[in-house]
Design a protein around this ligand. Structure first.
Ligand SMILES: C[S@@+](CC[C@H](N)C(=O)[O-])C[C@H]1O[C@@H](n2cnc3c(N)ncnc32)[C@H](O)[C@@H]1O
Length: 267
């Protein structure tokens, strides 16, 4: 797992600072607190962090980015400038107007679109990247929707706040907030699989963490194995019992180091 240099305590402190910052800045920014359904106030994201967030998610041509709670549109516009098709969903109509005008001024209005609406009602199934800068409770409320609607491999970047038990694949320090966190949506791997030889084995999965309590003998890597999913790719955490793999549609292809690959399908 790739992590930045920040310790968990530093990140926690920075996240709490960011939460306090969000709350304190509300009146100063004239934020429209209290719009029905608003789960975070509008707070301006530092341009350096906008850049860093898009770099972390490797946003570019071919991507379809959705910013949930798009504020003044700066993430959507920056993503469009990088060649992505970008969509902002924002509850506050005055911010939607502001964002549309900014996209026109930047000459990217064809690729930077804004919808006035509730982020929880937005269909996310076409996104390759989702960005968030919301309160912790809102992130947690969104988590099942993200897991249900996003395809494996989709990148999620959140400014400052995590997704609870779903641990990030990476976090980096930010210029002016509690850090930037990245998740790669894991493929659904949990459950029973069978090889062509009739070997049956069971993957346990918690978000991107995966585990085989009983490794099929044909893989020859020992009794049990733990690793993680990066989208549809299976990666070993330790150096022992090295195993890699990938999900290709309904087919699972496993490869132990130095051995022939083993194919499996759902039993
Ligand atoms: C902290 S700002 C983030 C703005 C932008 N994503 C950025 O990072 O620059 C949060 C935004 O989410 C919007 N918001 C809050 N609840 C929402 C909801 N239920 N649906 C759509 N937008 C919402 C707020 O109006 C605000 O503009």
């Amino acid at each position: 797992m790739k992590h930045g240099s920040s310790s968990p305590l530093t990140v926690l402190g920075a996240a709490l600072g960011a939460l306090l910052g969000l709350l304190l800045s509300l009146p100063a920014l004239g934020a429209t607190a209290g719009l029905p359904g608003q789960v975070a106030p509008f707070v301006v994201m530092d341009e350096r962090d906008v850049k860093a967030a898009l770099k972390l998610a490797k946003v570019g041509r071919g991507d379809r980015l959705i910013d949930l709670g798009s504020g003044d549109g700066r993430i959507v516009i920056a993503a469009a400038k990088r060649g992505a098709e970008a969509l902002g969903v924002e509850l506050d109509p005055s911010l939607v107007m502001k964002a549309r005008r900014a996209a026109e001024r930047a000459g990217v209005e064809q690729r930077a679109r804004f919808i006035e609406g509730d982020l929880f009602a937005q269909d996310l199934s076409t996104a390759t990247v989702v960005t968030l800068y919301l309160f912790p409770d809102a992130n947690l409320a969104l988590r099942p929707k993200l897991l249900r609607e996003l395809s494996p491999g989709t990148r999620i970047v959140s400014n400052s706040f995590d997704l609870g038990a779903w641990k990030p694949d990476a976090h980096i320090q930010a210029a002016s907030s509690g850090g930037l966190l990245l998740w790669i949506v894991p493929a659904p791997l949990g459950g029973a699989w069978c090889t062509a030889r009739g070997e049956r084995f069971q993957f346990e999965q918690t978000y991107h963490a995966v585990r085989l309590r009983k490794v099929p003998p044909s893989l020859g890597i020992g009794a049990s194995w733990e690793g993680r999913l990066r989208g549809s790719k299976l990666i070993s955490d330790g150096t022992e019992g090295r195993l890699s793999g990938r999900l290709e549609g309904a087919k699972l292809i496993l490869q132990a180091s130095g051995a022939a690959s083993v194919k499996a399908t759902r039993c």
